[in-house]
Ligand binder design. Sequence first.
Ligand code: SAH
Length: 416
Amino acid sequence: MIAVSTALLQQVISIPAARAVLRPRSRLAASVSSPRQLSVSSSSRAPQVDPNVLLGMSEQELQKLAVDLGQESYRGKQLHHLIYKRKVKEIDNFVQLPQAFRYDLQEAGWTVGRLPIYRTVTAADGTVKLLIKLDDNRLIETVGIPAEDKKGSKRLTACVSSQVGCPLRCSFCATGKGGFSRNLKRHEIIEQVLAIEDIFKHRVTNVVFMGMGEPMLNLKSVLEAHRCLNEDVQIGQRMITISTVGVPNTIKKLASHKLQSTLAVSLHAPNQKLRESIVPSAKSYPLAAIMKDCRDYFVETSRRVSFEYALLAGVNDQVEHAVELAKLLREWGRGHHVNLIPFNPIEGSDYQRPYKKAVLAFADALESREITVSIRQTRGLDASAACGQLRNEFQKSPLSVEANTLQSESDIAVAC
Ligand code: SAH
């Protein structure tokens, strides 16, 4: 998740140092449906916004709500302050508001929409994986990654999920293997950022849509959450990255919003044939079409596209692949960057992480052809929180009642 120069590449040794380990429960046989089946399933068409959830609403909408409930509009501004600045989680605790207003909000069925943290797992490097419990008892994973930049200022990146599970079965990704149940609503996405701020007692500075799920299959909620994170939670657009493996027509749509955020495209191969063998959904979106849409995104937004490339030993990590990738990128013009991600091991996968030497040779082959490249530093490996390792057995089936006890706030590991 964190891009570093090749010189800074670190091999992360997996040490079983998680402070609070999530005990694996018996594996639920979760059959994975095909993307086509899922695109018409009723669960993925569930409403994207809970009608009575305050989290996700803009200041203007909150002002209108206050007026609709017979209050003056400045009460809406107060609501905004309480939700996004003070981060108050319950209407009962909006003590600055008149009791009658709080009562009316509750009577009308409004809630703040904050969600409980079910578990946290802290890796030796300070990365924290959080499991957040949704109202339908499903769990989603989100990861907080603390880092310090060269000048010593602290950065806290939230790697957020956009779906419960993922319907696109990229062969090397754990999330797809766990199945898919539904899209996240906007407040469920925003919650992940606020929960990370709670745990770290620090503002989130960067957001990457690189957790569970394919953001472009839930673009409406992702864009609504993006608006809120930018305008209400006050995270700069340039600090937000939306990562996609490619869903036809959605890059164009995203470009039309002219966001100042980074589009990251998970390429993983320099040609269509190899890409299809790694990413099954590539069949419906040829490489040439993706590259054209990315070029248009750059033209429309002036934001360079970041191409992610998971390096799988002996599959796509040869220098000849790098040479072919450089050629492909040069054909499509400027305005790009390659982010190499050495494969993070997942259960039940035969893929291997390449040796550091192979990673560096791949990066050199790109650099010598004037392609800007970074190698992602692996974070959170021992908490299974690194890229592609996010998976929980409740993404397909909700928690059973007996498993439904929350970890108390005081037990939550705090890392910073
Ligand atoms: N669906 C989005 C977000 C996925 S996760 C997408 O595909 O872009 C973010 C990145 O991690 C993607 O580039 C994804 O391909 C990569 N990734 C997934 N599993 C991985 C693994 N086991 N090792 C390394 N990278 C992985």
